[in-house]
Design a binder for this molecule. Structure first.
Ligand code: MG
Length: 259
């Protein structure tokens, strides 16, 4: 199997450590790979892993709204595709890892899943050109941009709707290489495929997004960009299982619990 960057717990790393899974081997790193993490002496193997954690601890999570034509059409009465990317934040405190529970907060009556491709930044940059964007990518992961849809409409801006604790499942790992211009992003709700869209149908592609965002804010190693969701979003209820599957990356699975 190709190289996968993970963060994990084990008996030797109860607080979590960074590592690389490749074939049947686990290489433990002394810090995050995008912070120049180096291999350390370890006799740990993939069987030593207790849990996979969210593979990133970003300084910020930048999300893109309405970035697939079909999702724009479903969200509005017509396809008024945005002229420029709509960017918003999720707080780093909203991150959870694979198999952790999404908590349905009492403030919302409608909590939706949004299956997305996540891009992890590998190198600091501002005013990055589209041509140089690729060099600033560390790798790719799966993101669920969980959204309290009713609060999003009521508030007029999205910090509350997008920002509850547990509203940003990320993982299960990071892959360094992906044909990000054309890969399949799927949302699977209780074992039924509800979202299925190729990144070739994005309104703004990844190099454009990196360039656009970096004209506003410096992107740091480990920062996470979630690139928008295809059509097919729907509400989840406690007990539901939601999987974000990205072709060439993997499957991120979480369940929903009542608060
Ligand atoms: Mg989204």
């Amino acid at each position: 199997m190709d190289k996968r960057y993970i963060r994990f717990t084990s008996a030797a790393h109860p607080e979590g450590g960074y590592g690389i899974l490749e074939d049947d081997k686990l290489t433990v790193l002394d810090r995050a790979p995008w912070a120049d993490g180096q291999p350390i002496e370890s006799n740990e193997s993939p069987q030593s892993i207790i849990n996979l954690l969210a593979p990133v601890q970003p300084s910020k999570i930048i999300c893109i709204g309405l970035n697939y034509h079909a999702h724009v059409e479903a969200s509005q009465s017509a396809d008024n595709a945005p002229e420029r990317p709509l960017i918003f934040f999720k707080p780093p405190s909203s991150i959870i890892g694979p198999n952790e529970a999404i908590v349905h907060p009492p403030e919302s009556k409608r909590v939706d899943y949004e299956a997305e491709l996540g891009v992890v930044i590998g190198k600091t940059g501002h005013h990055i050109s589209e041509e140089a964007a690729e060099k600033h990518i560390f790798g790719f992961t799966c993101v669920n941009d969980v959204t309290a849809r009713d609060l999003q409409k009521v508030d007029g801006q999205w910090s509350r709707a997008k920002g509850f604790d547990t509203f940003c499942p990320v993982g299960p790992w990071i892959v360094p290489k992906l044909n990000h211009a054309d890969t399949l992003v799927e949302g699977i709700h209780n074992d039924k495929v509800k979202q299925s869209g190729r990144t070739s149908l994005m309104i703004f592609d990844i190099p454009f997004l990196i360039s656009y965002i970096s004209r506003v804010m410096t992107l740091y190693p480990g920062d996470l960009i979630s690139t928008g969701t295809p059509a097919g979003i729907a509400p989840m209820k406690p007990g539901d299982k939601i999987v974000v599957r990205v072709e060439g990356v993997g499957k991120l699975s979480n369940t929903v619990v009542a608060s």
